[in-house]
Design a protein around this ligand. Structure first.
Ligand code: FES
Ligand SMILES: [Fe+2]
Length: 378
């Protein structure tokens, strides 16, 4: 990543930034149209998606339930440590076989008529089977969803494609993610937020490199130099880097700079809905989920991950301060702006939004979504 630092220094000295090859116009209807949303959801269902952090299933016997894209899921870690993901859907008549959000259990018992399943999804107990008539255990396991544990993340793939691993999917981004060491982290804190905003507008806000100086002038805009960015295009995925203003000040003053890398922060965007930002103490990790029923709504999942071995009181206090800064910027500045844009888009879904040459990171999401739709023939 030496090259990134050198490129950043060049940009800071020259007042330049990495530029996309062309500007991009995205129809405003892409943020408001129900049919467009349906095509996007098809794209989601064709990608490996972040379902959970591996640390959320810490031990053999751990389980976690979560609804993703309208699908209730049950994730388990069996005695051998292997993670499985199932539809949380009883084979009798569709009840949820686990109601609680997380915990540790050897069996999962449906609340409706008591059928029970083990961590590998096998049907074990059927109360009153002699009265129901025999139930064939061999073809009544929980429905399995294709999943993989990699880089401390549990990925699910609703397409069930067996010819593609998560490493294949990540391509060049696989190495970047490996370098972060997410598998050493635990979820320090997390928040789910429902917002009346199209999911792509929230992603745009999370990856937009230009806006902090305008929208967050007293917060992150004061710390980060936001008109110079270095961008790495990994094809399906993307990474952008910004510099702290302190780096520019040091360059201007002609100071020697040790470990210049510390003055640069990156944002790794894993298509379609993940943004991962490492900071010295923690990782800021975003997933933004479309609302299946409404293009103007989404569900945001923000997590702060921390290296379990480095967590002490001082680190925890610093992370809480970072959380407060993020929460203030998001709830008082980013989200209200995005809500306003959504209201405007709903009221006038005509024409295009413009993504300029220096807005490569945001361009990338829309370009990649368009490519995926083309491949799907959607
Ligand atoms: S629906 Fe689960 S036991 Fe009947
Ligand atoms: Fe922002």
């Amino acid at each position: 990543m030496e090259g990134v630092y050198d490129r950043m220094v060049e940009h800071l000295r020259a007042g330049t930034t990495d530029m996309a090859e062309a500007t991009l116009s995205v129809p405003i209807a892409h943020f408001t149209d129900a049919d467009h949303l349906k095509r996007e959801v098809e794209v989601f269902r064709n990608q490996p998606l972040v379902a959970a952090m591996a640390s959320e299933l810490p031990d053999p016997g751990s389980f976690l339930t979560r609804d993703l894209l309208g699908v209730p899921l049950l994730m388990t870690r069996d005695k051998a440590g292997k993670v499985s993901v199932f539809r949380n859907m009883c084979r009798h008549r569709g009840g949820k076989v686990e109601q609680e959000e997380k915990g540790k259990k050897p069996f999962f018992v449906c609340a409706y008529h008591g059928w029970s399943y083990d961590a590998q999804g096998a049907l074990r107990g059927v109360p009153y089977e002699e009265q129901l008539g025999p139930v064939d255990r061999s073809c009544n396991s929980l429905h399995r969803v294709h999943s993989e544990e990699r880089h401390g993340i549990i990925w699910v793939d609703f397409s069930g494609r067996a010819d593609r691993t998560v490493a294949d999917y990540l391509g060049e981004a696989d190495e970047r993610l490996a370098a972060y060491g997410v598998e050493k982290t635990v979820v320090f804190m997390e928040k789910w937020i429902d917002l009346a905003v199209n999911w792509k507008l929230v992603m745009d806000g999370a990856i937009d490199v230009l806006h902090p100086q305008f929208l967050h002038p007293t917060g992150v805009g004061k710390l980060i130099h936001t008109s110079s960015a270095v961008c790495l295009d990994y094809g399906r995925h993307f990474q952008s880097f910004s510099a702290r203003k302190r780096l520019l000040e040091k360059l201007k003053a002609g100071e020697t700079i040790d470990a210049g890398w510390r003055y640069i922060s990156g944002n790794l965007m894993v298509f379609p809905n993940t943004s991962l930002i490492p900071t010295p103490d923690h990782y800021e990790y975003w997933n933004v989920w479309p609302d299946l029923a409404h293009p103007g709504r989404c569900r945001i999942h923000i997590r702060f991950l921390v290296d379990a071995a480095k967590l002490d009181d001082a680190v925890a206090e610093r992370i809480m301060r970072s959380w407060a800064i993020l929460e203030q910027a998001a709830t008082e500045e980013d989200f209200p702006m995005e809500e306003t844009i959504q209201v405007n888009a709903n009221a006038h879904p005509v024409g295009d939004f413009h993504y300029g040459l220096c807005e490569g990171p945001c361009q990338h999401l829309h370009r990649q979504m368009a490519r995926e739709m083309e491949v799907a023939g959607a």
